[in-house]
Design a protein around this ligand. Structure first.
Ligand code: FAD
Ligand code: NAG
Ligand code: NAG
Ligand code: NAG
Ligand code: NAG
Ligand code: NAG
Ligand code: NAG
Ligand code: NAG
Ligand code: NAG
Ligand code: NAG
Ligand code: NAG
Ligand code: NAG
Ligand code: NAG
Length: 632
């Protein structure tokens, strides 16, 4: 009995001193593994002797003399246990030589679904960032239409990671070979961060482990939590939590990763005004750093890294292999919605004149901060219909409210709308069943399918005063109206407020502008994402001209990097605000090699992608040093 007890203690303590979350993190690269293979040796920052570039100041690129030979890639692959994949665009099968009608048909019919791109080792959701690369042909034989399949910004090779050792080897191989390194989780990023021509990619998609922790203590936190592997997607995490009768902060898009770019860049959800952002939930994480070592970042270990990884941007400081995140009791979710239009849609939808439409929008925007104060979010669109018509929709969800409470709350909004001539009644004035509410919520948040796919967008974190000050509200409404009416673009607003107070006063790297915001507002341009770059570029320039007034009407604000313009001007201030210099210091401490590089990431001004068309923010070209002094 005594021995059993001692044995039990040993097992418990060995679990404790392991210092990681999952068995795949126990499979690590050791000093002995690298002794006879210098390309995968660990980095020692004190011995950095040369500029980690080729002689012309670029990362080594396919075709360069220093690019590893096929036999070196083969050696790397066999040392990895065969998980190396060659980077081939999925639509390659639609082109000659090698055209395959059956496979091409499969790619073509699935291409516009984000789960297809998640499951593909190289695809990204916003394909225009690859450059005019390799679209599947809708005419079934791309050669007949003269298009070509360019490898574009797809990576050269991919490590299909299922252990920490795979990730450490990829980090060391890329660093020692001076090759560009990227990380692809789901590829949902909108700034081209999960693409990169001539790169080695770490694909985290197959890291799916999960463990619910009914009671967990770390730092000041005591409560429910969960261990979550880097590749777990939003829908998967929600399903795990439902099974545990708990809730957790997850992205609204079901195929978005929960543990990659989402929380590392901020991360908003249905609970943003109630529990704060994704970054505010993270209690601890496991990370492979640029030297190839595996470390813990939590309130006691590597605290500066812990701070930076919660909101300071993905793909910049290291590869997160798993994290521990807060969980909560399941609570009701109150729901209401508004729709009005200038079209004749149906007898159930209120039709208004153009002027009343915009007066109604004004009333809604003014009401917005009250949604925040109730702990809820408003998720809205101004969409274009036929003949110049416009339709406004918003779904309001409020955690912690039951149906009656939510509809009592929303009645204030319906009164405001009625007062300005929008003749609308609360559609849920009479209670509906709980299952009907879940159906409505689900319908309001479509989770699979095209979604924001290929949308080129720009966004602004409008501060509270833009809605509370009447003059500023008029100006804000004015720029939105011109953007929609004259520009012809779509408006997508999310009313929510992740204030320090609702987030529990966390000390992390979330963009300070987000704490002051009452709306994350996006302008969507569904211009061409494939085809001649000059056409795409002209289209983007027009869009940018219509978007700029949003920035001008909120000069002290910023932008949420997770859904943002790939060519955001003054991005250091927009995405990071006053945290930028501190983040840069942490970046330089953990990654003096400049190994982790992403467009608009901290420290990225030291490098640029030499694209075939200058000034076009794709990832299609070698990554080279600039003369820019890195701000700091
Ligand atoms: C349809 C759709 C819906 C969305 N809905 C929401 C939403 O509701 N709320 C919200 O906040 N955002 C939302 N987003 C934006 C989303 O959060 C970002 O696109 C985010 O960057 C996606 O992260 P990912 O890891 O899934 O994607 P990826 O494109 O694979 O990675 C994004 C970035 O994170 C880095 N990264 C990924 N994994 C790791 C890792 N393990 N360690 C270190 N760095 C890593 C990559 O290097 C890259 O820089 C949505 C996007 C889309 C396309
Ligand atoms: C983290 O810090 C704690 C407290 O200092 C220490 O006990 C623990 O061993 C550290 N864990 C790791 C994985 O370094
Ligand atoms: C360095 O990289 C650049 C860009 O890829 C390339 O043009 C050049 O030839 C390379 N130089 C060497 C010596 O490999
Ligand atoms: C890596 O090895 C595996 C197993 O031998 C093989 O299937 C795969 O094609 C190889 N990858 C590359 C890029 O050669
Ligand atoms: C595709 O186009 C090529 C070149 O025009 C042609 O040779 C080939 O027969 C076509 N294949 C099919 C299936 O249409
Ligand atoms: C293909 O390109 C050639 C040369 O640019 C051009 O003459 C021809 O008309 C093109 N064919 C199609 C189908 O676009
Ligand atoms: C990646 O690895 C996973 C897990 O081993 C495997 O199921 C999957 O088929 C691999 N994908 C590719 C494209 O090799
Ligand atoms: C789920 O949790 C809630 C508390 O948040 C509790 O009221 C409810 O009974 C639980 N349901 C089940 C099936 O355990
Ligand atoms: C657009 O306007 C035209 C002319 O007034 C009309 O015939 C047509 O039905 C309208 N289309 C729609 C979809 O309302
Ligand atoms: C309403 O505005 C649209 C532009 O958004 C315009 O096309 C349309 O003609 C206007 N309708 C009226 C009746 O003024
Ligand atoms: C909602 O909560 C209120 C208390 O705030 C309660 O009086 C009411 O009965 C509840 N309604 C429903 C439908 O559960
Ligand atoms: C408002 O709509 C209701 C029906 O939904 C209708 O009975 C009423 O006349 C309308 N009021 C105005 C001022 O248009
Ligand atoms: C950097 O400066 C050198 C010398 O002034 C110049 O020749 C070169 O073109 C510059 N490179 C970039 C990327 O600006």
């Amino acid at each position: 009995m005594f021995f059993l007890y001692v044995f039990w203690i040993l097992i418990q303590s060995s679990i404790y001193v392991q210092g990681y979350n999952f068995p795949y993190e126990g499979i690590q690269l050791n000093d002995s593994d690298v002794r006879n293979y210098s390309r995968i040796a660990f980095g020692v920052s004190s011995t950095i002797s040369s500029n980690p570039t080729n002689s012309t100041g670029c990362k080594v690129y396919p075709g360069d003399a220093q690019w590893p030979s096929i036999s070196e890639w083969n050696k790397f692959n066999s040392t990895l246990g065969g998980v190396l994949i060659k980077g081939v665009p999925p639509a390659r099968v639609c082109y000659q030589p090698g055209y395959d009608a059956a496979q091409c048909a499969v790619v073509t019919s699935n291409y516009y679904y984000s789960n297809f791109r998640n499951d593909d080792p190289v695809s990204i959701v916003n394909e225009w960032l690859d450059g005019d690369s390799c679209a599947p042909s809708t005419t079934s034989n791309a050669t007949a239409t003269n298009s070509t399949c360019n490898v574009g910004a797809y990576p050269a090779y991919v490590v299909n990671a299922t252990t920490v050792k795979h990730i450490q080897m990829a980090v060391n191989f890329a660093r020692n070979s001076n090759i560009r390194l990227i990380i692809k989780n789901t590829g949902h990023d909108m700034r081209g961060q999960s693409a990169g021509a001539g790169s080695l990619s770490i694909w985290t998609h197959h890291l799916k482990d999960f463990e619910y922790l009914p009671s967990y203590t770390i730092g000041d936190y005591q409560g429910k939590a969960a261990r979550v592997a880097a590749g777990v997607e939003s829908l998967e995490l929600s399903a795990h939590m439902r099974a545990a009768n708990s809730t957790i902060v997850v992205p609204g898009g079901g195929t978005v990763g929960s543990m990659g770019g989402f929380f590392q860049g901020g991360g908003h959800s249905s609970y943003t005004s109630y529990y704060g952002l994704g970054a505010d939930q993270i209690l601890a994480m496991e990370v492979v750093t640029a030297d190839g070592r595996f470390v813990t970042a939590d309130p006691n270990n590597n605290t500066d890294l812990f701070w930076a990884l919660r909101g300071g941007g993905g793909g910049t400081y290291g590869v997160v292999t798993s994290a521990i995140t807060k969980a909560y009791d399941a609570i009701p979710m109150g729901f209401s919605s508004v729709i009005f239009t200038t079209a004749n849609l149906s007898k159930y939808v209120t039709t208004v004149s153009n002027e009343t439409f915009w007066t109604g929008i004004r009333a809604y925007l003014k009401f917005g901060p009250q949604i925040c104060d109730a702990g809820g979010i408003g998720y809205n669109f101004i969409n274009h219909g036929p003949n110049g018509t416009l339709t406004f929709t918003t779904s309001i969800t409020i955690p912690g409210m039951n149906f009656t409470e939510a509809n009592d709350f929303a009645s204030g909004l319906f009164t405001e709308l009625n007062d300005v001539g929008v003749n609308i009644t609360n559609p849920f004035a009479t209670p509906v069943s709980a299952s009907e509410v879940s159906r409505l919520v689900a319908a309001a948040y479509p989770s699979r399918g095209p979604g924001e796919m290929n949308t080129r967008l720009a966004s602004r974190l409008f501060p509270r005063e833009n809605f509370e000050d009447d003059d500023l509200l008029d100006d804000t409404l004015g720029v939105i109206r011109t953007f929609v009416e004259e520009g012809g673009y779509t408006f997508h607003g999310v009313n929510h407020c992740p204030t320090m107070e609702v987030a529990g006063n966390p000390d992390n790297a979330v963009n300070p502008a987000y704490r002051r915001a009452a709306m994350h507002a996006q302008g969507w341009n569904s211009g061409p994402a494939v085809g001649p770059i000059e056409v795409q570029k002209k289209d983007y320039e027009r869009f940018s001209r219509y978007f700029q007034p949003w920035r001008d009407v909120s000069p002290e604000a910023g932008s949420y990097m997770g859904e943002a313009d790939a060519a955001e001007p003054e991005w250091q201030q927009s995405f990071y605000g006053d945290n930028y210099e501190k983040l840069l210091g942490i970046k330089q401490t953990y990654d003096p090699w400049g190994l982790f590089w992403v467009n608009t990431g901290v420290g990225s001004e030291g490098w640029e992608v030499k694209t075939p068309v200058a000034g076009w923010p794709t990832q299609n070209g070698p990554l080279c040093r600039t003369n820019a002094t890195v701000r700091g």
